[in-house]
Design a protein around this ligand. Structure first.
Ligand SMILES: [Zn+2]
Length: 255
């Protein structure tokens, strides 16, 4: 796997609330102190705050920052088997993760495409904090010109939801979508798009075209701020540099 260096990493942020039943408040508070101490000692932990809410002592405000998804995932795994995890596993959590978390996942999917010799692009779809579809670029291996990462993620999500419309979702992809994928996002009624790096030659959101702003469209896809741009761009440029050095680069634009 051709992962870029860590200099261009962005933190993963989790924020939200834990809602503890009043009957268990003192037991949870007892576990909390050790939980905070252990977590703050983790190598990838940048910020870890769990504080009782001002209005309701049973509602704890949570704010966490980890260096990247790998550090966040390591923390999650540790917590699952910790006293805190066992003691609060059934407590209601209302958390939101930053766009960077999902873009790190899209980068992992892009690496899957690369392993197949495909141009490394990854995409996923999130609804209410849950990943409902994932895909990576596979036109060559699937012998399918439409098998771009975004289309594959939309197919997966639509199949899972049993609905060809995907309202209330965010689509994350590592590279600016092409005209075909931008068009399919409008058909699917994707609510929001976040992509990593622009694609100067074929990008249909802001680079070569601005399809999502076409005045005749009856659905608007919001475009969020780019995250992990350097990592997403680097994955692609490394891929093409490698292909060029092998003399196997086909004369075509990246998908
Ligand atoms: Zn595409």
């Amino acid at each position: 796997m051709n992962l870029p260096d860590k200099q261009s990493s962005e933190p993963v942020v989790l924020q939200g609330q834990i809602i503890v039943p009043a009957s268990r408040l003192s037991a949870v508070q007892e576990l909390l102190e050790a939980h905070i101490e252990l977590t703050r000692k983790e190598a990838g932990c940048l910020v870890f705050e769990v504080n009782p809410g001002e209005a309701d002592a049973c509602v704890f405000d949570v704010y966490e920052e980890f260096t990247d998804k790998a550090a966040f995932d390591t923390h999650q795994k540790r917590v699952q088997h910790s006293e805190w995890g066992r003691g609060t596993g059934d407590v209601v959590r209302n958390y939101q993760l930053s766009d960077s978390y999902y873009m790190y996942r899209a980068l992992e999917l892009a690496a899957e495409a690369e392993a197949l010799g495909e141009v490394p692009v990854g995409a996923l779809i999130v609804r209410a904090g849950e990943i409902i579809g994932e895909g990576y670029n596979q036109p060559i291996s699937q012998a399918d010109p439409s098998a771009h990462a975004e289309i594959n993620a939309m197919r997966h999500a639509a199949s899972k939801m049993q609905n060809y419309r995907l309202p209330g979702t965010t689509l994350y992809c590592t590279i600016e979508p092409c005209a075909m994928c931008a068009g399919a996002m409008v058909h699917a009624r994707i609510e929001r798009l976040v992509y990593g790096a622009p694609e100067p030659r074929a990008g249909a959101v802001e680079s070569a075209m601005a399809l999502l702003n076409a005045p005749h469209l009856n659905h608007r896809v919001q475009v969020g701020q780019s995250v992990l741009q350097a990592q997403c761009a680097q994955l692609i440029s490394q891929f093409f540099r490698h292909k060029r050095s092998q003399g196997t680069l086909e004369d075509r634009v990246p998908d």
